[in-house]
Design a protein around this ligand. Structure first.
Ligand code: ATP
Length: 231
């Protein structure tokens, strides 16, 4: 199996005259937390969507665990939280996951495993509608974790969360990583990436400006990303 969890090579997406993603070549290694850092509109979501095979590239290539993007991924390969998962507001968190699980061929035991993983077992019978945004996001991560995929892709998982929700989500990601999960997450927060990631790819205006370890990056980013204090 490939030693890289995900790669893109010269990955490009044009919308008319606009180049949303411009020849991005990045590598996510197995076992690491990779932070894809850039301001709003930089091209993060479009890159992740191409990697996951949800958007067709204009040119270039992407692969997950050596398998080209666009081909169906075998179970246990990749899970993603890339846009608000379509949960039913009047069903409980648990019932929502059970519905998804049935659709994906998993049983109730897997639902309980992922609920526990994101610390929602006790609140599992509450209606989704009543969850805080942080809990909704954690339920989305639980859905991504179903089937224990090698790689999880999280698009701005802390975006819009209050400080407690952000802290919980970051702790969850660190926890998953300690258990050997490979994580690719996007963020516009430099401090967040510095806190929880091993390596970082910095994107601005569709271009990957650099890719390095977080330690190498310290002090070296001139990008206008908000260095929000980390709680
Ligand atoms: P954000 O954090 O705001 O989601 P992002 O870094 O994820 O930003 P993208 O959503 O990938 O950025 O958008 C990159 C650029 O591509 C933006 O200028 C956006 O307007 C444009 N874009 C994205 N999707 C489309 C589309 N379907 N049609 C036209 N332009 C698009």
């Amino acid at each position: 199996m490939s030693e890289n969890a995900a790669t893109t090579r010269q990955l490009t997406k044009r919308y008319g005259d606009r180049v949303a993603v411009d020849a991005v070549s990045m590598t996510v290694r197995r076992g690491e937390v990779y932070g894809f850092l850039g301001p709003n509109g930089a091209g993060k979501t479009t890159t992740l969507r191409m990697l996951l095979g949800l958007v067709r590239p204009t040119s270039g290539a992407a692969s997950i665990l050596g398998r080209p993007a666009g081909r169906p991924h075998p179970p246990g390969t990749v899970g993603a939280l890339i846009e608000g998962p379509g949960f039913f507001p009047y069903l409980s968190g648990r019932a929502n996951l059970r519905t998804l699980a049935r659709h994906r061929g998993f049983g109730d035991a897997e639902v309980e495993r992922v609920l526990d993983r994101v610390d929602l077992t006790e609140r599992g019978d509450d209606r989704f509608k009543g969850y805080s945004l942080g809990m909704k996001q954690r339920l989305g991560v639980a859905a991504a974790l179903m089937g224990d995929p090698e790689l999880i892709v999280l698009d701005e998982p802390t975006n819009g969360l209050d400080p407690a929700g952000m802290a919980d989500m970051r702790a969850l990601i660190v926890d998953l990583s300690r258990d050997g999960q490979t994580v690719l997450l996007s963020s516009h927060l430099l401090a967040e990436v510095q806190q929880i990631c091993d390596r970082v790819g910095v994107i601005n205006d569709g271009r990957l400006l650099r890719e390095s370890t977080v330690a190498e990056m310290r002090g070296g980013v001139s990008l206008r990303v908000r260095a929000t204090p980390v709680e």
